[in-house]
Design a binder for this molecule. Structure first.
Ligand SMILES: Nc1ncnc2c1ncn2[C@@H]1O[C@H](COP(=O)(O)OP(=O)(O)OP(=O)(O)O)[C@@H](O)[C@H]1O
Ligand SMILES: [Mg+2]
Length: 137
């Protein structure tokens, strides 16, 4: 079972990562953590290198934080850092191309308002992903 866990640094996305770690522990699921740094590829190429580095560092920090949940338990995990303007599109594409069986993600993230019950990234992935989607809240 291949599981994709999109993380954005929010507590809810870390809860999703914990859920995935449980699956790795009990069922031997192969987990990939993924974060999408907000940027347009074309602009990225023209951005000053220090801004690119900053973006990548922030993405890497988000991945490292989630990765700790796995390494702390000696569980294998992979990480992917992509750039894009609509994270749901990257997530949906990655799930399909990587032939993932399941996506585990948060119902909300770090960019939304507290009152929102289901964020736009979660809503789009639930609606359009080609595999099973588990939403953690
Ligand atoms: N940039 C991202 N990279 C990877 N995963 C993401 C990203 N943004 C959101 N996610 C995933 O989607 C889940 C839900 O976040 P979502 O963006 O839908 O809600 P929100 O930030 O509260 O609201 P909104 O973005 O619609 O204003 C997160 O917990 C995380 O699992
Ligand atoms: Mg968001």
């Amino acid at each position: 079972m291949k599981v994709l866990v999109p993380v954005d640094g929010s507590q809810t996305s870390l809860d999703a990562a914990r859920r995935a770690a449980e699956m790795a522990e009990k069922e031997g699921a192969q987990v990939t953590l993924m974060t999408v740094a907000y940027f347009v590829q074309d602009i990225l190429a023209e951005m000053p290198p220090n801004i690119q580095e900053k973006l990548e560092r922030e993405g890497q920090r988000i991945l490292d934080q989630a990765k700790e949940i796995f390494t702390g338990k000696n569980l294998p995990v992979e990480t992917v850092l992509e750039v894009g303007t609509v994270p749901a599109n990257n997530i949906i594409r990655k799930a399909q191309e990587g032939q993932f069986d399941r996506i585990i993600m948060g119902a909300t993230g770090k960019t939304g308002l507290d009152q929102v019950l289901l964020g736009s990234t979660a809503a789009k992935v639930v609606a359009q992903a080609s595999c099973e989607v588990v939403v953690v809240r």
